[in-house]
Ligand binder design. Structure first.
Ligand SMILES: C[S@@+](CC[C@H](N)C(=O)[O-])C[C@H]1O[C@@H](n2cnc3c(N)ncnc32)[C@H](O)[C@@H]1O
Length: 259
């Protein structure tokens, strides 16, 4: 008997991360209810329980708590996800606007009481006004993408800010991770002329996947080199193991590249 041919179906392009957040939120935001798979372009997979994106202030990593406690006033939370930092900051009296390109993330944030809008780190939306602080937390310094893009993005954020505006972000020093698959990946990046922590990823949930995107892990030293000529300066650093948070302050609006 001829066996019927089995058809392998590729994942469908869509809001993989947002749908995982939506599923978790619908199930009460608790652990063990919804997972996202982060797929790297070398085939390496990370599986994450998205309940962590619903953590309250007390459960945030210590260096993120440090950043939340330092932010004040009108705050733009870039890539707000399900709004955990926005909610923590609002509880401390800040006036927060969250932006995110994921419809699922924006819906969930709104349902949780966050003033959330569609937007990206490159296209924040024109009518948002001025902010005292900006956030790239939840490892969202990764949204700086690459050496070249990070300079463009930081310069563009500087043009929307005023001298004294602060930007809080966090990342992980990729060189401190000695897991062999990550070491190999960094070495290949080096061979290709990329920064060591320049990852190419997509996020999957069930049969959905986001498009592939660039994501940057970088040390505080690498960040300090990238911010030269963008108008931002690292004014504080808080380290926690392989992770760290920074406070960047816009010190030289006049020096910002035109773009
Ligand atoms: C790792 S999650 C962090 C979410 C949130 N900051 C937190 O820590 O809970 C990254 C978030 O960035 C959003 N994102 C992806 N690309 C983006 C971009 N280009 N600009 C802004 N946000 C982006 C994703 O939709 C996702 O919600």
């Amino acid at each position: 008997m001829v066996k019927p041919e089995r058809k392998v179906v590729d994942p469908v392009l869509g809001d993989g991360f947002g749908e995982a957040l939506r599923e978790c939120w619908t199930a009460g935001g608790k652990a063990g209810r919804s997972y996202a798979t982060i797929e790297r372009d070398d085939g390496f997979l990370f599986i994450t329980d998205v309940a962590e994106y619903f953590d309250d202030f007390d459960k945030l990593e210590r260096h993120e708590q440090w950043a939340v406690k330092r932010a004040r006033g009108r705050v733009l939370d870039i890539g707000c996800g399900a709004g955990r930092h926005a909610i923590a900051l609002a509880d401390l009296g800040a006036d927060v606007v969250g932006i995110d390109p994921s419809p699922g993330a924006v819906d969930v944030s709104r349902e949780r009481g966050v003033h959330a809008l569609m937007g990206t780190v490159k296209e924040q939306g024109s009518d948002l006004g001025k902010f005292d602080c900006m956030l790239l937390l939840g490892y969202n310094l990764g949204l700086l993408e690459s050496r070249q893009e990070s300079v463009e993005i930081l310069s563009s954020l500087a043009r929307k800010a005023e001298v004294g505006t602060r930007l809080f972000g966090n990342s992980m020093d990729p060189a401190l991770n000695t897991y062999p698959d990550h070491v190999r990946y960094r070495e290949e990046n080096h061979r290709q002329g990329r920064m060591p922590g320049a990852y190419h990823l997509r996020i999957r949930h069930k049969n959905l996947t986001t498009d592939w995107f660039d994501y940057l892990y970088l040390s505080a030293k690498e960040l300090a080199e990238l911010v030269v000529d963008t108008g931002w300066e690292i004014t504080e650093i808080e380290t926690e193991g392989q992770s760290y948070a920074v406070e960047l302050t816009l010190t030289r609006a006049g020096a910002v590249r035109a773009g």
